[in-house]
Write a protein that binds this ligand. Sequence first.
Ligand code: ADP
Length: 298
Amino acid sequence: MEGQDEQVYEPLKLEIAANSKAYREMELFKTEVLATMSHELRSPLAAIKGYAATLLRHEQRISRAERHEFLLAINEASDRLEIIINRLLEVAQLETGAIEIEYVPLNLAFLVREAVFAAEERLVKHQREQDMKSDQVRHFTFTVQIEDEQGRQTSEEPVIQADRIRLREVLDNLLENAINYSPAGGAIEVVMRPISRSQREGSYHQEDAPIRFALHQQVQEITVRDRGTGIPTEQLRAIFTRFHRVDTRLTRESNGPGLGLAICKHIIELHNGIIWAESEPGQGSTFHIWLPLEQMKG
Ligand code: ADP
């Protein structure tokens, strides 16, 4: 009898445990949002309200140049607010499992080139909008390279099963960070290459990886490398947790609420992949992504 009860109740118990874990996660998320986000949300809102009120009150007395400056500030603060709100919604959706991954075979090199091109365009647009003087403009050189297992350059473009929109979002985030955290500009390189089985086995990330690749699976690496500020070694893992930001003048100035990399990690793990960072502080950072070329059924 007892055995039977166990059988009946076991799935129920598991479900309750899972639900209460999800519930606790959600409660924690809400607390964190309230603790960290109220300031992040209030400060751009205060800027928008302040500048808009001044424009309205002193409409006749404000010079054209000043008006332009105020409008730029309003524009920037509303962009910031939009980023924060969108990211918050996305993290909440990812953490509650509300986002489904739609796998399609896609040309990875094509996707990377598209993302790099879009990042360059955004940078130019931003610098133009800010009316930057030539000594304020940061110069970047972007390169995209495809390599074979031995690290030799090849023109063979990798095809991977992935969700186009989500993977593009990861690339956009990594490129955006590479730009934001490179105060002096510099080279940004994206390299794609297959990872051989021996490279996988020799890598310490194997023990680390929450999801392991099956032996027969082919794995593709994407690295995004910059020559920016770099990341302190003890924070290389923490940067992937939500709301974590390395506290520097640059991060305080940047638009991010510390959610971009948490979103990237979620998306890559939904693809059964892994993401991690390496860095030499002061020299730059390299973000690595390993993704299975094909997804296993079931
Ligand atoms: P944010 O939205 O603040 O940029 P992210 O989750 O994208 O948040 O990144 C978390 C933190 O990791 C950033 O605040 C920054 O301190 C650090 N970081 C991310 N990418 C880089 C990079 N390429 N170089 C230096 N620091 C970085």
